[in-house]
Design a protein around this ligand. Structure first.
Ligand code: C2O
Ligand code: CU
Length: 543
């Protein structure tokens, strides 16, 4: 195995998109940020140098970080952020993972521009479970604001209103030719007629589930979130923020120019960015004829609120063969996820621009997560510092109600707190996430740090503990690190708590995260915490 050393210099740089230039926070001046390429078993050493004017931390989304929470990255959870002028070196080893993951800032909305692909190839001597493709390309779907995204967030947090929606989606940081001043820079992918290429698709957008398709070309899905699935062919994919989907595509159409495109999948009853981003798949035999511009063919994409198509896609995801899903469950958790509104003390204050004298909030089991400031959870835990968090997170919601809407406004107001849930190391866990439909139905993509889990079932309406478990797939469910809770529905996951530490569990929609749609699991080794996790690195930032 190899060790790969990188330096990530985080710094503001001018970026021109949609006819205007903004100062954006980038890594090594690249947008998207650098692609990390490793093999399973390799070690990554990344020195993060913060030359920006914001606190920042970096997260390696989907890397398990076994016994090494110090390298995970979410600010105030496993580390204090790196202050302006500071540095921190992330050091971690890939253990039994391969496929497409990614990395991103885990501080406020900085991941709008601070993100990149993290590709794990099979160990030397082992190969993909299919013939080697001719080419591989990362496809990073993103979101762009015609403003500084940190200002968009700040304005929302200050006024308590919903933040402005984005002005464009992007493919590899370019909006593409349907947007103003963008056609010259539209991303192009060259293919030779007949060859098969691998697309590593990553949804790095802040707030939007997306539909993605390539005109006239079938996509053969073979992996999600760096876990293989039974291959299947499809005309489009649906991908939630945080997720990855690997597909093979064969250039078997009439040589020409074909658009790949992505737009929102949005079933919420709220404003959203309804624009479309494009890139071009170009057959090399056609690029020769310069000057003649060929009009690319446009793909079919499901409509914005086409929940049927989204569900039809996700229900096809299966592990390639029988997997070991925990069957005896030690901890059965029921987590309601959804929005809420907090009544303002003074409804006329400028900080109270939510609907009817309120501010927006979001919660799990009615607890709206507050990130600590004095210390990170993991550092406070390790040093035995009291008063930073409590461990009384409720395993079920305080009140059970009908989650399909129309509940009394009294249930809309979450309680702010920093609560963790304790899991015994080695225990088997089931979590059912239930969308509360409060304020609006929403697809909440739930991401668990430090773990991969099996997605054993999902459905619409209220989860029925008597009848739904009979329908769970305990044979070949897909393994993921991020799963969308269906709008107005539920999803069930299982995993074994085999990684000690404190691990954030949160909605990967960056509007919902600062509103509190998060909690953390504290997985403790009975032997005692000092033996359970590695010692913290000496340069770990302090708050
Ligand atoms: Cu992709 Cu908590 O993050
Ligand atoms: Cu959410």
């Amino acid at each position: 195995a190899e060790t790969h050393y990188h330096e990530f210099v985080i710094e503001a740089r001018p970026v021109k998109r949609l006819c205007r230039t903004h100062s954006s926070i980038l890594v090594n001046g690249q947008f998207p940020g650098p692609t990390l390429e490793v093999r399973d078993g390799d070690t990554l050493v990344i020195k993060a140098v913060n030359r920006a004017r914001y606190n920042i931390s970096l997260h390696w989304h989907g890397i398990r970080q076994l016994r090494n929470p110090w390298a995970d990255g979410p600010e105030y959870v496993t580390q204090c952020p790196i202050p302006p002028g500071g540095t921190y070196t992330y050091r971690f080893t890939i253990q039994d993972q391969e496929g497409t993951l990614w990395w991103h800032a885990h501080s406020r909305w900085l991941r709008a521009t601070v993100y990149g692909a993290l590709i794990i190839y099979p160990k030397l001597g082992s190969a993909y479970p299919f013939p080697m493709p001719k080419k591989e390309v990362p496809i990073l779907l993103g979101e762009w604001w015609d403003r500084n995204p940190m200002d968009v967030l700040q304005q929302a947090l200050f006024t308590g209103a919903a933040p402005n929606v984005s002005d464009a989606y992007t493919i590899n940081a370019q909006p593409g030719d349907l947007y103003r001043c963008s056609s010259k820079e539209t991303t192009k992918f060259l293919v030779e007629a007949g060859e098969t290429i691998l697309l590593r698709i990553i949804n790095s957008a802040l707030n939007q589930e997306l539909f993605y398709a390539v005109a006239n070309h079938k996509l053969t899905v073979f992996a999600v979130d760096a876990s293989y699935v039974k291959p299947f062919a499809t005309n489009f994919i649906m991908i939630a923020p945080g997720q990855t989907t690997d597909v093979l595509i064969t250039a078997d159409q009439k040589p020409g120019h074909y658009y790949m495109a992505a737009h929102a999948y949005n079933s919420a009853n709220a404003p959203f960015d309804n624009t479309t981003t494009t890139a071009i798949l170009e057959y090399t035999s056609c690029s020769a004829k310069k000057g003649q511009s060929m009009k690319p063919i446009f793909p079919w994409l499901p409509g914005f609120n086409d929940t049927g198509s989204a569900t039809a896609f996700t229900s096809q995801l299966r592990s390639p063969s029988k997997v070991e899903v925990p069957t005896e469950i030690d901890e059965s958790l029921f987590f309601t996820v959804g929005l809420g509104l907090i009544n303002c003390r003074n409804p006329n204050s400028p900080r109270c621009q939510g609907p009817n004298g309120t501010r927006f909030a979001a919660s799990i089991n009615n607890v709206s997560f507050v990130f600590p400031r004095r210390n990170s959870l993991m550092q406070a835990y390790y040093q035995g510092q009291p008063g930073v968090f409590t461990t009384d997170f409720p395993p079920v919601p305080p009140i059970q109600f009908d989650y399909t809407g129309n509940v009394s406004r009294g249930l809309w107001q979450p309680v702010k707190a920093t609560k963790l849930f304790k899991l015994k190391f080695g225990s088997t866990v089931q979590i059912v996430f239930q969308d509360t439909s409060i304020v609006t139905v929403e697809n909440h993509p739930m991401h668990l740090h430090g773990y991969e889990f099996y997605v054993i079932g999902s459905g619409f309406g209220n989860f029925d503990p008597r009848n739904d478990p009979a329908k769970f797939n305990l044979v070949d469910p897909p393994r993921r690190n991020t799963i969308g809770t269906p709008p107005g529905g539920w999803v069930a996951i299982r995993f074994k708590a085999d990684n000690p530490g404190i691990w954030l569990l949160h909605c990967h929609i960056d509007t919902h995260l600062p509103w509190g749609l998060a909690m953390a699991l504290l997985v403790e080794n009975g032997v005692g915490k000092l033996q359970a996790v590695q010692a913290p690195p000496l340069d770990l930032p302090r708050c």
